[in-house]
Ligand binder design. Structure first.
Ligand SMILES: [Ca+2]
Ligand SMILES: [Ca+2]
Ligand SMILES: [Ca+2]
Length: 275
């Protein structure tokens, strides 16, 4: 089992397929934001104070930039451009309830804290804990998210952001110019999907992109639709074909909601070990 995996191509493929016009329009002007990336990591539950029956994985979502001085400033949603992040896990996102929605609490991750804290689901810009975290948030409703449900903003505008003097969203202050925008913990093989709007500065210019799509599968590749073994083979193909034509199935590979020939093509293209 791989300790760490990156689904860069998956995330980009989905954007390419579902947001073609947007991406084409945005690429010329906004080449500085390269897209969302997803990384999933197994959670070590051996020293937890409280048990969770699931085989948990933490899915981290990053915004990747191409220049050190690009700076992610805000993630938002409103009635025109919905923000949603949700999971197919029937038990929802894992929440360590003392940690809150966005680490902007008095709780840091001390060295000897129970490891539940590190697995908490939260949103952020850059910061993984409360140390020097100056994240701000306005009009976001975290009630559902804090109770393991989806993160949603589709009515009044809600936003999380950093102020003018903040530095945690500057790409060069983060490894590989990737700025963390949230981590979400769920059962292995559960899917995470959603969309969001991002704003950033590049060369002093304000830029933004709306309805950036996101799709990932915890602990394995998105094409491992039979969800058991970390490889893409005939079992996955048969499983996908059995769901052919269905809408809203979690067998969907490219995240456009319907299971069709595009998904068969994507699955065949990923044939073999997910690793
Ligand atoms: Ca939380
Ligand atoms: Ca499989
Ligand atoms: Ca599809």
């Amino acid at each position: 089992m791989t300790a760490n995996r990156t689904n860069t191509m998956t995330a980009r493929t989905r954007i390419a397929i579902t947001q073609v016009s947007l991406l084409v329009g945005a690429t010329a002007a906004n080449a500085d934001f390269l897209g969302l990336e997803v990384e999933s990591t197994p959670v070590d539950q051996s020293s937890w104070n409280e048990s969770d029956h699931r085989d948990l994985y933490t899915v981290s979502i990053y915004a990747r930039f191409d220049a050190d001085d690009d700076e992610l400033k805000a993630i938002w949603g409103n009635s025109d451009d919905t923000l949603v992040i949700r999971t197919s896990d029937p038990d929802g996102f894992y929440q360590e309830h003392a940690s809150g929605a966005h680490r902007n609490t008095s709780l840091d991750i001390p060295v000897n804290a129970p490891s539940e804290v590190a697995a908490d689901s939260f949103i952020t810009i850059g910061a993984r804990n409360q140390q020097d975290n100056v994240l701000q948030t306005m009009a976001m409703d975290y009630a559902s998210f804090n109770e393991e449900g989806e993160l949603f903003c589709g009515g009044a505008s809600g936003v999380w952001f950093t102020g003018p003097s903040a530095e945690q969203g500057i790409a060069g202050n983060n490894p590989d110019n990737r700025v963390l925008i949230g981590q979400f913990t769920m059962a292995r093989f559960a899917t995470l999907d959603g969309q969001m709007n991002l704003a950033w500065f590049s060369g002093g210019q304000y830029e933004q992109q709306s309805s950036v799509a996101l799709f990932a599968r915890a602990g394995t590749c998105i094409e491992d639709v039979s969800g058991a073994d970390g490889q893409v083979d005939s079992a996955d193909l048969l499983h996908l074909l059995a769901a052919y034509g269905q809408w809203g199935s979690d067998v969907d590979v490219n995240g456009d909601e319907v299971v069709d020939a595009e998904d068969v093509r994507a699955l065949l293209g990923a044939w073999g070990q997910c690793d």
